[in-house]
Ligand binder design. Structure first.
Ligand SMILES: [Zn+2]
Length: 357
């Protein structure tokens, strides 16, 4: 009888790193981000819909066989999308489903891989001239082998793009309009690289403006909306550059997945019921997030914590975008692809379950 496959060496350290990434709001928002560790052909990767911040306190890692998953990805086999067929059943006591990003973790050859939606990375990676801006920043960590990946929908399309560069064994991958991947041979090496890369990419946000909470409360009354709980979330609405960047289009996938492609804008002098009527007349659903220029942000009361935190992420990104920059939004086709995608609907359903809705 073959020896049972056990958890990799250093698994507790791996969980601790995952938890640290998950608890840093500038790196992870809600169920975003995922980590993996490989040993003896098996990869333990974060499960779909779970939160990295729960690593260690809840069972959030699911074991997956690496070789057949990479083979499926290369062959264009549709089973690579959910990766459920490659789960090591005997070890998956919690009956978890792998992250929709499991396939790129498998494609990358490094034993330890951390992927997260770092707001400092995003503030560079959503700009037209990102290659030049990133090159200047990453020059500060010259010893690391880094590369950039064009925007693709998370899941197989993104994993196939990443698989193309896997043979070069990159240490850092910046995913345009998405986030970052940091790789290494050990948990300690990845942790150390994350520190240095984060420092190299850091941008000081605009943070002087303060929301008009009284005005927001008045506007929200009886509308099914409420002022965003997190004071930082309002900053998406408070200065002209942040406001322009927030309302010009969709910047990255998780925003679209949790808040939709449309952000409402409540212009001066109009009310929430007037705005709701405009959407009703167009036969489109009312957006879950409404920006009140110069005042702050209103959020639908039906939002889950996973949705609510996406407003904070948006503010953290747009307040780091410089004023002279041109933004590369993901565009209408990418938005459509994200809103008509079964795997993400599963993640949203999990998020609602976790929130008790
Ligand atoms: Zn991601």
């Amino acid at each position: 009888m073959p020896a049972p496959i056990s958890r990799p060496e250093g698994f507790e350290h791996f969980l601790a790193l995952s938890r640290r990434i998950g608890r840093d709001i500038l790196k992870t928002q809600g169920a975003g981000g995922n980590t993996s560790i490989k040993q003896d052909g098996v990869m333990w990767v974060k499960a779909s819909g779970t939160w990295l911040s729960d690593a260690g306190s809840k069972d959030i890692m699911v074991p997956v066989e690496v070789a057949p998953l990479v083979e499926a990805l290369r062959a264009g086999d549709s089973r690579a999308e959910k990766a459920t067929d490659f789960v090591v059943g005997a070890l998956n006591a919690g009956n978890l489903r792998p992250s929709i990003e499991a396939s790129f973790h498998a494609a990358l050859q490094s034993p330890v891989v951390a992927h997260y939606h770092c707001v400092n990375t995003l503030a560079h990676a959503v700009l037209e001239d990102r290659e030049a801006r990133l090159a200047e920043r990453i020059a500060r960590v010259r010893d690391l082998n880094w590369t950039t990946i064009p925007y693709r929908r998370p899941g197989v399309p993104l994993a196939r793009e990443i698989e193309k560069v896997a043979d070069t064994r990159p240490d850092v991958l910046v995913l345009f309009n998405h986030g970052i991947i940091v790789c290494g041979n050990t948990v300690e090496e990845v942790a150390e690289r994350i520190e240095r890369v984060t420092a190299a990419l850091a941008i000081e946000p605009r943070q002087d403006a303060v929301a008009d909470m009284d005005a927001l409360a008045r506007l929200a009354e009886g509308s099914g909306f409420k002022p965003a709980d997190d004071p930082v979330s309002h900053r998406a609405a408070l200065d002209p550059i942040s406001l322009g960047a927030s309302t010009g289009g969709s910047l990255y996938p998780d925003h679209v997945i949790f808040l939709g492609a449309e952000i409402g804008i409540l212009t001066a002098g109009s009310t929430m019921s007037e705005l709701a009527r405009v959407y009703e007349q167009h036969g489109t659903p009312m957006p879950k997030m409404v920006i009140v220029p110069g005042k702050g942000v209103l959020m639908s009361e039906t939002l889950t914590p996973g949705g609510e935190v996406m407003a904070r992420c948006l503010a953290d990104v747009v307040t780091r975008i410089p004023d002279e920059a041109t933004i590369a939004y993901i565009g209408a086709d990418a938005e459509y692809e994200l809103t008509h995608w079964e795997a993400e609907q599963y993640r949203q359903a999990l998020d609602r379950t976790a929130a008790g809705r």
